[in-house]
Design a protein around this ligand. Structure first.
Ligand SMILES: Cc1ncc(COP(=O)(O)O)c(C=O)c1O
Length: 473
């Protein structure tokens, strides 16, 4: 029955601040928080939950409370127990939706920041199908990727002001795969990896999966903290850093050229190889000249990771690494024990898509319209949520009026919106005042999602207007 188990410590970390402030319904709060993680895919069906006593200790709650929460999950069909054996998560797929969700309404997914496929995809598939004929006589294992694709990706870097040859490019199965490969090559168990805080949750997952330790450096109210990065590099001596300076996920910040120069100098002094995750770089919604790629400032310490997932489509599962040729040789060896090369047809499709910049220009326009629609809806429905309108990327990083992100995410699921609480973007949870809201859905869905979020937020606020000064006249 079991497909895996989760430790009490890890579950407590996932659950974050699960108890609503001042709530007397601890068991309900805990059950709702676990349910959110199931709906969010963090606790897949078949996962064995920790023993009640351990979980209670880790959560600082009574065992009775944990027992009651599990009982609720069983009643709602989200868990099953076998006497003496334990409790497992079951699939929520067949379950009736909560009554809070109107029958007509479906769950709106604001957990993912990923747009649909770019226009022209089917034409590119047809063209790629024709060029596939030329590849069929070969083995299909193309070590670092198809030359035609590497050449087009290299040309794009050169256009962006960073001269690049196809020999500096290796094709991967997406950015996540590229990062995992780099971790595999450069880190071992217990090594430290410097990351931003907040950061993309799957960056943290990859670091943990490599049995390395993430060392967070906070992104402040004005962006990157160079002194903090410098200090962390000196004190923690990380084997690797991973930074996302092009419309950072989730904050949306982009580092300017002056900042890049400072950051490059800090990293070069420490001799720390650094992954620059450029996943969102092509979703530039400004009319300004783009800064130079970070690799122009960090030289051979830079390992740049790119992907077609946000610019064209996540379903292609094609990404790449731009690095010095000897670094690529190491990565190619690291890859042999994992997978041997990337699918040929998808590479041909992307090579075809890269010949025409027009659909990407239209995509930027579309994303800009969705961003503006989300901003307008939030200003109307949630006027006390604060955010900076980012110049690119796919999400707003909202400061909530209270530390309530996990509670809000739980309540939002009950109102038909899936969101990822702020705690998932931090190394050790926290970030309860923050919520990431992607703008990769259509305007209508975004407006409906914000309407539901507004209602959910009201249901979890401690007091209307809490935190405001009481003015006595
Ligand atoms: C910052 C960042 N890195 C990596 C990824 C994963 O990209 P891919 O789909 O290419 O693996 C994402 C996806 O959302 C992302 O936002």
């Amino acid at each position: 029955m079991s497909t895996g188990h989760i430790s009490a410590k890890r579950l407590a970390l996932l659950l974050g601040a699960w108890r609503r402030a001042g709530s007397r319904q601890g068991a309900a709060d805990l059950a709702a928080a676990i349910e959110l993680q199931v709906l969010d895919g963090q606790l897949p069906a078949g996962t064995r939950l920790p023993a009640e006593r351990e979980l209670a200790a880790e959560l600082g709650a009574s065992r009775t409370l944990v027992v009651a929460a599990l009982e609720r999950l069983r009643e709602s069909g989200l868990a099953v127990s076998r006497r003496g054996a334990g409790t497992w998560v079951t699939s929520p797929a067949g379950r009736e939706l909560e009554p809070a969700i109107p029958e007509s309404a479906m769950m709106i997914d604001l957990a993912r920041a990923a747009p649909p496929a770019i226009a022209g995809m089917m034409a590119a598939v047809d063209a790629a199908r024709r060029s596939l004929a030329d590849e069929l006589g070969g083995s299909g294992y193309v070590d670092r990727g198809l030359p035609v694709l590497r050449e087009r990706i290299a040309r794009r870097y050169t256009e962006r002001g960073l001269p690049t040859t196809p020999g500096q490019i290796m094709i991967t199965n997406g950015a996540q795969h590229a990062f995992a490969l780099t971790l595999r090559m450069l880190t071992g168990p217990g090594d430290r990896v410097l990351v931003e805080q907040p950061t993309y949750p799957n960056t943290l997952e990859a670091v943990r999966a490599a049995h390395a330790l993430p060392v967070p450096v906070a992104i402040g109210p004005h962006g990157w903290d160079f002194a903090g990065i410098d200090a962390a590099l000196r004190q923690a001596s990380p084997r690797l850093a991973c930074l996302n300076v092009d419309f950072q996920n989730p904050t949306g910040w982009r580092l300017d050229n002056a900042g890049r120069e400072r950051l490059g100098a800090v990293l070069a002094r420490a001799h720390t190889p650094t992954v620059f995750d450029e996943t969102l770089v092509e979703l530039d919604l400004t009319d300004e000249a783009a800064p130079l790629p970070m690799a122009a400032f960090a030289g051979d310490w830079a390992i740049t990771v790119g992907t077609a997932s946000k610019s064209h489509w996540g379903g292609l599962r094609i990404g790449w690494i731009r690095a010095a040729e000897e670094t690529l040789a190491g990565l190619a060896s690291a890859r042999v024990g994992l997978d041997l090369s990337s699918p040929v047809l998808e590479q041909l499709i992307l090579a075809e898509l890269l010949t025409d910049p027009e659909p990407l220009r239209k995509r930027r326009e579309w994303v800009r319209a969705q961003r503006d629609a989300l901003v307008a809806a939030l200003r109307e429905q949630c006027p006390d949520w604060e955010f900076r309108v980012p110049g690119g990327g796919l999400s707003l990083w909202c400061r909530l009026p209270e530390p309530m992100s996990t509670r809000l995410a739980v309540a939002a699921a009950g109102h038909g919106v899936q969101v990822v609480p702020g705690s998932r973007f931090g190394v050790n949870g926290g970030l309860e005042r923050w919520l990431r809201l992607p703008f990769s859905l259509t305007t209508d869905l975004l407006a409906e999602a914000v309407r539901r979020l507004g209602i959910a937020a009201l249901s979890v606020r401690r007091l209307p207007g809490a935190g405001e000064e009481l003015v006595v006249t």
